[in-house]
Ligand binder design. Structure first.
Ligand code: FAD
Ligand code: SF4
Length: 506
């Protein structure tokens, strides 16, 4: 008997393990306290993972595979992975053990260490999901995501002409993808699923699993099967792709996902393969070029073929040291309003309340609203990571950590991005509609009613001069700062210092 472990984010029905049915193989899947408790997750995230795992186990069983599935009730005697595996090897009289490479360093090291002490043959196999190997950082040009992405476009022949050149004569249409959402632009209603998960919800309550955010256990909106994931992909192609790139950076209270795909959970749990999504987007664009421009599909594909693979390569190259990086020496605790949305800053309030309600925020909300605020306020990256790792339904450390520590908090000193994603209120006003109804004045740089993003931005620039002053991409902000009078600078810094002392009251 061979026992094969399937982790909760390894729901890849296309894996070669499942090409044949073998009565001498048993697939083990388990809901574990170790996984519900390594961080405080959004309730929808735990519900979605467990529901998707159960559906996957049922589909495997239906396809003729032998599956041992343990609910949280059944796995209670073995709350952590090593004790569970030891007990299950014994129970199944297994004389071989195999597992797919985990994506998280935490689980990979735990499993490798545990398996090294076994007296039976063991095998670690690829999860057959990513488009680059784990050591992709060394194999692909990695100085910037853009070069990594171009290499993958060539390797997988994505959006290339017959000479191997990029369609449209350019690799990147980012400059065209920065429009504000006009008030008259209709937004498609997000496709949601009404998955009934009250039994899982009751189980979480029974076991006292601590979660954050709200959930409707009678109608969980996230896709939990491959069929639902494919439906979400089709919905995205038909309704969101035509404007994806154009409004990719837009902020609006009119919708919670705008033209974004919300496919991250389906991909991160591996119900969808990234290449399947990329090929579907390219084919849909090819068939609909009258209504969808190249800039829209290129912008979407770059996120998956470029960013997603790039962050994974960075994660595996730099862990475990990466999770201790703090280049800017940020030390403040996360303000309490991150956990309840009670702040007078309209943009931050909306992003946090939406995150608590839906377990989702789109990239610009994560990067330029909550992430930007934490960066400017000098919040310790550990605290920022804990929040991002818990709150989003798609949050798994391999993708969360480089995005949070690296891209958003610049704690890696510039591996993810060549400059910090720091901005004043002017950017948020340009890309969103919040400022008009906000308690703070976006045009004011100092004084009690001035937009906190303004004074905190200049304080950030000022206080980090020794670390950022030589960055050529920040030459303009430093020239702007130096061009202000001493009185202006002093007023801004005094306002910022006041905000920093009273972050909880903002
Ligand atoms: P879309 O905008 O529709 O993009 C399509 C797909 O591209 C996404 O589903 C995702 O798979 C991929 N993608 C886009 N941007 C990135 C990126 N920067 N890195 C990796 N993949 C990307 N993404 C996660 O999947 N899990 C996380 O825990 C996570 N944490 C983040 C934390 C911060 C501070 C920031 C700034 C970004 C984070 N991201 C994370 C990246 C990105 O914001 C999400 O992938 C995206 O918002 C998911 O929504 P979507 O599926 O609608 O994306
Ligand atoms: Fe956000 Fe400042 Fe605008 Fe208020 S004024 S919504 S805090 S950017």
């Amino acid at each position: 008997m061979e026992l094969r472990l399937i982790l909760g984010d390894q729901l890849n029905a296309g894996h070669s393990w499942f090409h044949t049915q073998d009565p001498a193989v048993c697939y083990l899947m388990a809901e574990l306290r170790q996984e519900t408790d390594y961080c405080r997750h959004h309730r929808q995230k735990v519900l979605a993972f467990f529901a998707a795992m159960r559906a996957f186990a049922a589909a495997l069983t239906k396809a003729g595979h032998r599956v041992c599935y343990l609910t949280l009730d059944e796995s209670a005697p073995w709350p952590d992975l090593p004790s569970l595996l030891a007990a299950q090897l014994e129970a199944h009289q297994a004389d071989r053990f195999a597992w797919q490479s985990p994506d998280e360093w935490r689980l990979a090291s735990q499993l490798t260490q545990w398996a090294s002490g076994l007296a039976i043959p063991t095998a670690e196999v690829d999860s057959e999901h990513f488009l680059t190997p784990r050591d992709g950082w060394r194999r692909y040009p990695h100085s910037r995501m853009e070069f990594f992405y171009r290499a993958l476009r060539k390797q997988y022949r994505v959006l290339l002409d017959e000479r191997g050149q990029p369609l449209g004569g350019r690799w990147n249409f980012d400059a065209e993808n920065r429009a504000k959402l006009p008030a008259s632009q209709p937004i498609p209603a997000p496709l949601t699923f009404a998955n009934e998960v009250s039994d899982i919800d009751a189980m979480l309550t029974r076991h006292g699993v601590a979660t954050i955010g709200s959930a409707d256990a009678d109608a969980l909106p996230w896709p939990v099967t491959r069929r639902q994931s494919r439906a979400l992909l089709e919905h995205f192609l038909a309704h969101c792709l035509p404007h994806f790139g154009r409004y990719q950076d837009a902020l609006s209270e009119r919708g919670w996902s705008l033209f974004h795909s919300r496919l991250s959970f389906s991909m991160n749990s591996k119900m969808l393969h990234p290449l399947e999504v990329i090929r579907a987007a390219q084919a849909h664009w090819q068939a609909n070029q009258a209504t969808i421009s190249l800039a829209q599909v290129e912008g979407f594909i770059r996120q998956i073929l470029g960013w997603r693979e790039f962050v994974r390569a960075l994660y595996w190259e730099k862990m475990p040291e990466y999770r201790r990086t703090n280049f800017l020496g940020a030390e403040r605790p996360l303000p309490g309003f991150f956990w309840n949305g009670e702040t007078s800053m309209a943009c931050v309030r909306h992003a946090i309340r939406q995150s608590l309600e839906h377990g989702y925020a789109h990239h610009i909300q994560r990067l330029m609203v909550t992430g930007n605020f934490a960066l400017l306020a000098g919040i310790h990256p550990d605290e920022v990571d804990t929040w991002y790792l818990g709150i989003y339904v798609d949050a798994i450390e391999w993708v969360e950590l480089p995005n949070t520590r690296g891209m958003s908090q610049f704690a890696d000193g510039g591996l993810m991005g060549s400059k910090p994603y720091a901005s004043s209120g002017a950017y948020l006003e340009r890309m969103g509609h919040y400022c008009k109804g906000c308690h703070y004045q976006v045009k004011a740089r100092s004084g009690p009613d001035s937009c906190p993003f303004n004074s905190l931005y200049w304080h950030f620039i000022w206080r980090n001069r020794d670390k950022l002053g030589n960055n050529p991409r920040l030459a303009l902000p430093y020239a702007n700062w130096d061009g202000q009078t001493t009185e202006q600078q002093q007023a801004i810094l005094t306002t910022a210092e006041h905000h920093l002392l009273h972050l909880e009251r903002l």
